[in-house]
Design a protein around this ligand. Structure first.
Ligand code: NDP
Length: 402
C-alpha cells in the first residue's frame, strides 16, 4: 500500500484524486496539495469516506515540496499542476527520494516552446537515485503512446505510419471556452504545425492542414494538423517509422473566435504595460475566459481519441485504428469533471498505480511507450477508459491526406 501525493487541484487533479481514492487496494492514503487549498478541500469533500487529505503548497518551491512530501511519508508524487512546475517537482522528488509522474512536458513560462530536452536531462539523476520518473501519463501524451507500444508489441513487426487523432465532439453551449488550461491550450494551437517524416521535422503554418475524418461513434469532424509533444519521443521509439502526425478537431466557431483574439493581440505572451502594470495579454485572456472546471455540467457529447497505424506484420500490410470513446455527461456524473479532464486524469492515476505496485519501477526518466503497455491499458479500461482495436482495409479506409 502506498501514500500518493497529488499536486494541482484543477480539472485533471480532481479526476486523479477521485480515481486514486477509488484504488483502495493500491493507495491507503491520498494527499492533494495545490496553490489554493480551498480548491483541494472542495475536491476532497466531493469524495465519500474522507479518504483525501489536503494542503497548500507552492510547487515552484522544490525544497518546500520535498520537505512536505517527506513529512507526510509520500511514496510517489503525481504532478497535475502546470507544465511550468515540472522541473521543480522533479527536483522535489529527487530530494525526497520518491518517484515522479506527470501529464505534460516542461515549458518555460516565458518561451512558448514545449520540449522534452529539459526533462530528459534528468535521466542520469533519476537513474543514480534508483527512482522512476514517468513523463506524459495523460491521454495524449499518455494513452496514445501506449496504443503505439501495444501496436508495436502485438500487432506489427514494423509500424510505418502513425496518425494520432484527437476529437472532442462535446458542446458546452458557450460562444468560446477552452476545455483545459486556456494558456496552455492557446499556446499549443497558435504555434506552427509540425510533423515528422523520413527523419526530418516538417513545419506547417498554424492550422493550415485539414482533413475531415469520420470518427467511429462520433461522425465526420474537421481535424487540423498540430505539433503535439508525444511526436518527439514516439519518432525515436517506434521501429520502422516513416511518418508520424497529430490531428485535433476544432469547430468553425472556435477557430473564428481564436482568429479574432489572435488578430487583436490577445493571445500574445509579450507583456504590455497598462497603468504602470505589466500584463501578459494571454494571461489576462485566461482570467476572463470561463474556467475549464466550470464546463463540466454544461458539456454534452463524446470524445474519440486514438491512433491509426499502418505497417507490416508477417510480410503483409496491416492497418488499425485503436481508440477510446468517452462521454462528457457520464464523466461529470461520476467525478464532476468533463471528458477532457477525465481522459487525462484516469491514465495519470493508473500510471501512479503501476508505479505504486512496482509494475513499473526501472530507475530513469521514461516516456510512456518505453514501459509495458499491457498492465497499464488493462487498468485504464477498468478505471473508465475502455479501448477498441478496429482492423481497417489498408488500401481503402480512413485515408488521411498524404
Ligand atoms: P488547471 O489550470 O485546471 O489546474 C492546474 C492546477 O495547478 C491549479 O489547481 C493550480 O492552482 C495548480 N498550480 C498552478 N501553479 C501552481 C504552483 N506553483 N503550486 C501549486 N499548484 C499550482 O489545469 P488542468 O487540470 O486542466 O491541467 C493539469 C495538467 O494536465 C496541465 O499540465 C495540462 O497541460 C495537463 N494536461 C494533459 C493532457 C494530456 O492528455 N496529457 C490533457 C489535458 C491537460 P490554482 O487553482 O491556484 O490556479
Amino acid at each position: 500500500m502506498a501514500k500518493v501525493l497529488i499536486i494541482g487541484a484543477g480539472g485533471v487533479g480532481r479526476v486523479v484524486t477521485h480515481k486514486c481514492a477509488q484504488m483502495s487496494d493500491a493507495f491507503d492514503e491520498v494527499y492533494l496539495a495545490s496553490r489554493t487549498k480551498s480548491k483541494c478541500d472542495a475536491i476532497a469533500s466531493s469524495i465519500p469516506g474522507g479518504r483525501v487529505r489536503t494542503a497548500q503548497i507552492d510547487a515552484d518551491n522544490a525544497s518546500e515540496t520535498a520537505e512536505f512530501a517527506s513529512r507526510i511519508g509520500a511514496d510517489l508524487l503525481v504532478n497535475v499542476a502546470l507544465p511550468y512546475q515540472d522541473l521543480s517537482l522533479m527536483d522535489a522528488c529527487l530530494k525526497a527520494g520518491i518517484p515522479y509522474i506527470d501529464t505534460a512536458n516542461y515549458e518555460p513560462p516565458d518561451v512558448p516552446k514545449f520540449e522534452y530536452k529539459w526533462q530528459w536531462a534528468y535521466r542520469e539523476r533519476f537513474e543514480k537515485a534508483g527512482l522512476t520518473a514517468v513523463l506524459g501519463a495523460g491521454f495524449d501524451p499518455g494513452v496514445t503512446n501506449m496504443y503505439c507500444a501495444y501496436a508495436q508489441k502485438h500487432l506489427f513487426d514494423e509500424i510505418n505510419y502513425v496518425d494520432i487523432l484527437d476529437c472532442n465532439a462535446g458542446d458546452h453551449g458557450l460562444p468560446f471556452a477552452t476545455n483545459f488550461n486556456p494558456e496552455i491550450n492557446i499556446r499549443e494551437i497558435t504555434a506552427n504545425g509540425r510533423y515528422w517524416e523520413s527523419g526530418k521535422w516538417i513545419e506547417t503554418e498554424p492550422l493550415s492542414m485539414r482533413c475531415d475524418f469520420d470518427y467511429p461513434e462520433v461522425g465526420v469532424k474537421p481535424s487540423y494538423l498540430l505539433y503535439h509533444e508525444e511526436l518527439e519521443s514516439l519518432c525515436r521509439n517506434l521501429k520502422g517509422l516513416k511518418r508520424i502526425r497529430f490531428w485535433m478537431t476544432f469547430s468553425d466557431k472556435y477557430l473564428t473566435h481564436l482568429r479574432v483574439l489572435q488578430n487583436v493581440g490577445m493571445t500574445s505572451i509579450k507583456p504590455v504595460k497598462i497603468k504602470g502594470v505589466e500584463i501578459e495579454p494571454l494571461e489576462f485572456l485566461k482570467a476572463v475566459l470561463p474556467d475549464p472546471g466550470s464546463l463540466g455540467p454544461l458539456t454534452k457529447g463524446k470524445t474519440n481519441i486514438g491512433c491509426i497505424f499502418d505497417g507490416i506484420k508477417g510480410g503483409k500490410r496491416k492497418k488499425y485504428y485503436i481508440y477510446n470513446v468517452c462521454v462528457h455527461e457520464d464523466c461529470y456524473a461520476e467525478v464532476g469533471s468533463q471528458a477532457i479532464s477525465y481522459t487525462t486524469g484516469v491514465p495519470a492515476a493508473c500510471a501512479a498505480r503501476m508505479v505504486a505496485q512496482k509494475i513499473w519501477g526501472a530507475p530513469g526518466v521514461w516516456n510512456m511507450e518505453e514501459l509495458d503497455p499491457d498492465p497499464f491499458l488493462e487498468a485504464v479500461a477498468r478505471y473508465g477508459l475502455p479501448w477498441k482495436v478496429l482492423e481497417l482495409d489498408p488500401e481503402n479506409s480512413y485515408n488521411l491526406p498524404l
